[in-house]
Design a protein around this ligand. Structure first.
Ligand SMILES: C[S@@+](CC[C@H](N)C(=O)[O-])C[C@H]1O[C@@H](n2cnc3c(N)ncnc32)[C@H](O)[C@@H]1O
Length: 278
């Protein structure tokens, strides 16, 4: 029988030795003990029982192997919402909040006279964008799509738990959008190039969510090219993209007749979202 126990201090040391960030180890400990991080600081001699110690060690090993903390704890905060996440979906990134803020700005500004704006989130993953926009603008008639039924199951679960009314549809990009025309189209599609050196470090997240293959621009191009058939008059299209893809996305939008084309930067100062009006 396993009788191995450890203290908070002991497990913090084990985490450090395994190369896990101190903050991550503290968050895992705080969850295991159902306490706050400040309590941990004052009680580093507290003892975890055998089950808690074994579970914590297993989590530290997974974290040390590169698994995102969000998968270990099963949730991630995004734009003020706590979303359930697991390896079926990309972990929502803070950079994507730029897209949500822009969308909410348009709904409160340019699109304010549309009583029931139709909004679609293509490639919704955990539902992050769709749910945050619906939460911030209740009048939005929100549709969220994904080609992955597994991802949609996670997104549906989040919508139900948060009590947010979103229509979900399965299918590849515009094929899932139906006949409706949208005032606002949002997407954070996979945009990493197939041979990109960052991909191996992201191996725990679904490949489908990360890369469309090739030069990384394929999904962005497909969304831009199909937009005219699905946008309402003077509708907006906002796209998240790689830090080095803003020029390419701007060119695609200009070629398709978009106006008011603009690129916005993420929290790290990188060009991250480009959009325009058709
Ligand atoms: C970068 S993730 C974004 C997830 C979520 N919107 C977010 O911002 O956290 C891209 C999403 O696009 C979906 N996807 C990939 N290929 C697709 C396709 N052909 N049609 C629709 N969705 C697709 C993936 O399953 C994934 O959920």
């Amino acid at each position: 029988m396993n009788t191995d126990t450890s203290t908070v201090a002991g497990l913090l040391a084990e985490g450090r030795a395994a190369g896990v960030d101190r903050l991550d180890t503290q968050l895992l400990l705080a969850r295991a003990l159902a306490c706050s991080r400040s309590w941990l600081l004052a009680h580093d001699d507290a003892v975890l029982d055998t089950v808690q110690t074994a579970a914590l060690r297993a989590q530290l090993a997974r974290r040390a192997a590169g698994e995102p903390l969000a998968y270990l704890v099963g949730e991630k905060e995004f734009h003020g919402l706590l979303l359930s996440v697991d390896p079926r979906v990309l972990v929502p990134r803070p950079d994507t909040e730029v897209l949500v803020d822009w969308a909410l700005e348009l709904l409160a500004g340019d699109l304010r006279d549309v009583a029931q704006p139709w909004v679609i989130d293509l490639g919704t993953g955990s539902g992050a964008i769709a749910l945050a926009v619906k939460h911030g603008h209740a009048a939005a008639q929100m549709t969220a799509t994904d080609t992955s039924p597994d991802a949609l199951e996670v997104a549906r679960g989040n919508a139900t738990r948060l009590g947010l009314d979103v229509v979900f549809a399965t299918g590849s990009w515009w094929a899932a959008a139906g006949e409706q025309r949208f005032h606002l189209v949002l997407s954070n599609p996979p945009y990493i190039a197939a041979g990109d050196s960052h991909l191996p470090a992201l191996a725990h997240e679904p490949t489908l969510a990360l890369t469309p293959g090739g030069d990384g621009l394929g999904a962005l191009a497909e969304i831009v090219h199909g937009a005219a058939q699905h946008l309402a008059t003077c509708g907006w299209l906002l796209l998240e993209h790689g830090f080095d893809q803003a020029d390419a996305v701007q060119s695609m939008l200009f070629e398709r007749g978009f106006t008011e084309v603009e690129t916005r930067h993420d929290l790290g100062g990188q060009p991250r979202c480009t959009g325009g009006r058709l």
